[in-house]
Design a protein around this ligand. Structure first.
Ligand code: F3S
Length: 303
């Protein structure tokens, strides 16, 4: 049996950014974007054909053109640079990310130390850092523990330091909870902001359920997609046979060899288009049918 997670595919923020890019192309003929609008090569290619031009740096963007800020958001200085160039800004920063920008700015203005739990070089984290004064990024509880120990050894009184903690929207909930506990234990003046977005929470929870009962778990998404990587990590902790593929070309046709009527779970990152998920599901459904010869198979495809 093949089951696709209900939460698989585009999240609200990615869908919104794609819609805004399409609308801007219709309105202005074309639009510039800093980096890929979403972490999916197929979707980026489709948007390119509609008129989305990619630039790696603000300096590469011509003056006065429309520019889309992607869902990950950008540092405040980038917004200012674009304004100075007279660009028309179409801000597709996901509102969940925008909320983190406001939190770190306000907390930092109050003189609090900003700690971000997330991936150091991820564009969302780089963007968040650009909305506050100095900040520190920790990727794992071990890293955080070591950093706090070092601060204590340097003679700073951790108990007294005002600390405000935010999460990258797509990090693993369990990791953030552990980090929150470590900080609370050592710092009495700590504020923990649970900024993991709902879409991430729901996806991870569903991946946990599905991986736990699947013989094979398939995770679909771009290698650069942070939230897809988290789904893969969660799946491997609960299922012995996990495939991480970018699209249907990642399937070999031998996935279920030697298995009798396997339960196959499929999930996908927030930037994976629906048509890729469907294609993978259809292929796996076909493989299952051949392998098991199940007569009830047509009913399974009805979901
Ligand atoms: Fe926004 Fe969450 Fe998607 S932060 S871009 S809704 S994964």
């Amino acid at each position: 049996m093949v089951t696709v997670a209900k939460t698989a595919g585009f999240c609200f923020g990615v869908q919104r950014a794609v819609d805004m890019a399409e609308k801007a192309c219709q309105e202005y003929g074309c639009i510039w974007a800093l980096g890929d609008i979403i972490h999916n090569a197929h979707e980026v290619g489709r948007l390119e054909k509609l008129g989305v031009h990619k630039a790696e740096d603000v300096a590469d963007i011509p003056d006065g053109v429309p520019v889309l800020i992607r869902a990950h958001g950008v540092p405040e200085r980038v917004v200012q640079q674009l304004e100075q160039k007279g660009c028309r800004i179409v801000d597709a920063t996901c509102p969940f990310v925008g909320k983190i920008h406001r939190i770190v700015r306000e907390e930092s203005e109050q003189g609090r130390r900003i700690i971000i739990i997330g991936s150091r070089n991820h564009p969302e984290v780089v963007g968040i850092q650009g909305w506050c004064g100095t900040s520190e990024v920790y990727e794992t509880p071990e890293e955080l523990r070591a950093a706090l120990e070092k601060i204590g050894k340097n003679g700073e009184n951790l108990q007294k330091i005002p600390v405000s903690v935010v999460a990258q929207t797509t990090i693993n909930r369990e990791i953030f909870d552990i980090c929150g506990k470590i900080i609370k234990k050592q710092c009495t003046n700590a504020k923990i902001f649970g900024t993991i977005c709902n879409a991430t929470d729901e996806r991870q929870a569903e991946a946990r359920l599905l991986a736990g009962k699947s013989d094979i778990m398939i995770v679909i998404g771009d290698r650069k997609s942070s939230n897809t990587k988290r789904l893969y990590e969660i799946s491997t902790s609960l299922c012995d046979h996990v495939l991480y593929i970018e699209d249907a070309t990642g399937l070999t046709g031998n996935e279920i060899q030697g298995m009798e009527q396997p339960f196959i779970g499929i999930t996908a990152g927030a930037s994976t288009p629906a048509w890729i998920i469907k294609e993978v599901r259809n292929i796996m459904s076909e493989e299952t049918r051949i392998e098991t010869g199940s007569e009830d198979f047509a009913a399974m495809l009805e979901e």
